[in-house]
Design a protein around this ligand. Structure first.
Ligand code: EPZ
Length: 416
């Protein structure tokens, strides 16, 4: 099992290039099931989760080709409609094949995705949305079985914004008979990227990025080439690392307007941020000011940046309140930060009070989920001494060669 070793105290300086977004690539690759032909992707990140969805698509019969940054799926050979437990349990986002499979084949069997460290992660809104489109759903022996003739367009209300729920239903509705209107949808940039790609394939989707998305069903979708948008969470992770170390970095190949919620809070914490069309310059400034945050659906402060921002607040000058409103158990990283000398108290499960300390102390710590591992890396960058992080396979799911990119910025970091 790989570990990451970091000796703290170095400021980050230099340039870093952002990879394609994991959370854009996964739904886009799932959408290739809708096409009875090839879909080609560029700017694809080299991540464990991309390998996972490739293995799943190949198990369904798709023919895949991959090389550095490139991924091609031929959906013509998809013939199996069952996504098996062993593949789905490795990545919850596998649920994204459900909508495309049942829309194209009228039948799908997908293992129920389990919960994970950050919460129960139910998929009830995915299933009730599909039922609204005329799909009959049964759950037996841990599998979701979905059956339908041709899906029928309908109105769907989401109880709350769900990113993959919006993506699943948007994909399913593209091949339905008639028009569907999705309301209270997620508005993330990854939703817009998916809608743009589906429209390029011949779908008729309007309103992506707003709370109401209208989809006019079409008979079929065709082959296209798609470039994956930059990863706004990787971008945010490097921004927080620069702020925490008091460094000065230039983040290239990103979409600054996708990170507005975070930039707003980093400026309030005292960092100096200037943006151009595809780059962000961030200069850390001491002392770091303490700032309260509440995670919200996009364009609010992203829950996927909460753990990283908490690390920054552990060394801020003052107290900050962190309210995690999206997931019910997304403070697991706090226990490890406490072991590094942070002063954090958690009340009522989703509010953490962080009191800034002068400096964190290096320790042996354990990653529990993807973004928690990023928060521990940032902690290691600023802690006194040498930190060793175990279970870094969590990080490999969503960050492409992060230790190499950080080393190029001057961090004393290596995989052991
Ligand atoms: C997506 O997960 C992301 N994953 C997550 O990123 C991200 O944290 C999350 O959106 C929120 O932004 C991908 O895009 C692959 P949700 P998703 O459905 O779609 C509840 C990362 O680190 N809910 O928007 O699974 C749910 O429990 C990962 O890259 C239901 O109750 O999240 C949560 O409380 C972690 N019923 C809230 O909605 C449902 O049917 C938002 O979840 C669906 C969701």
């Amino acid at each position: 099992m790989d570990k990451i070793q970091i000796t703290g105290g170095r400021q980050l300086h230099g340039k870093v290039n952002i990879s394609g977004a994991k959370n854009a690539a996964l739904p886009l690759i799932a959408a290739s099931i809708l096409v009875n032909g090839k879909t080609c992707f560029t700017n694809v990140p080299d991540l464990m989760d991309i390998t996972s969805i490739r293995l799943l698509l190949e198990d369904l019969g798709a023919t895949c080709k991959a090389s550095k940054g490139y991924f091609e799926v031929d959906g013509a050979s998809v013939k199996k409609i069952e996504a098996e437990y062993d593949l789905v349990r490795k990545m919850r986002a596998s649920i994204l094949v459900l909508g495309p499979l049942v829309a194209r084949f009228g039948h799908a069997k997908v293992s129920m995705p389990g919960g994970c460290a950050i919460g129960a992660r139910p998929v009830n809104m995915h299933l009730s949305g599909l039922e609204a489109l005329g799909v009959s759903i049964s759950i037996e022996h841990g599998y979701i079985e979905a059956k339908a003739g041709r899906l029928i367009g309908n109105e769907i209300y989401f109880d709350m914004p769900t990113v993959t729920g919006t993506e699943n239903l948007m994909m399913a509705a593209t091949l339905a008979k008639g028009t569907s209107i999705l309301r209270n949808t997620a508005r993330e940039p990854e939703i817009i990227a998916l809608a743009d790609a589906l429209n390029k394939m011949g779908a008729k989707i309007n309103g992506a990025g707003t709370a109401i998305i209208t989809i006019e069903g079409v008979k079929k979708l065709s082959s296209v080439d798609i470039k994956i948008i930059p990863d706004r969470i990787e971008t945010g992770t490097f921004m927080v690392a620069a702020a925490a170390t008091g460094g000065d970095i230039l983040i290239k190949g990103c979409e600054p307007h996708h990170s507005g919620g975070l930039i707003n809070k980093l400026k309030a914490a005292g960092t100096i941020i200037t943006t151009s069309t595809d780059s962000i310059r961030i200069v850390g400034n001491k002392p770091i000011k303490s700032v309260d945050i509440k995670t919200l659906p996009y364009p609010g402060f992203p829950t996927d940046m909460q753990a990283q921002f908490m690390t920054l607040m552990t060394i801020a000058n003052g107290n900050s309140m962190i309210h995690e409103s999206i997931f019910e158990n997304r403070f697991v990283h706090a226990n490890e930060l406490l072991r590094m000398g942070a002063d954090i108290s958690i009340s009522s499960g989703n509010i953490a009070m962080v009191r800034g300390v002068k400096r964190l102390q290096a320790a042996q710590v354990m990653a529990s989920d993807l973004r928690a591992s990023a928060s521990l890396v940032i902690a290691g960058l600023v802690a006194e001494g040498t930190t060793v992080i175990s279970r870094v396979y969590h990080m490999d799911r969503g960050y492409e060669a992060i230790e190499k990119k950080l080393a190029l910025l001057g961090a004393d970091i290596e995989r052991i």
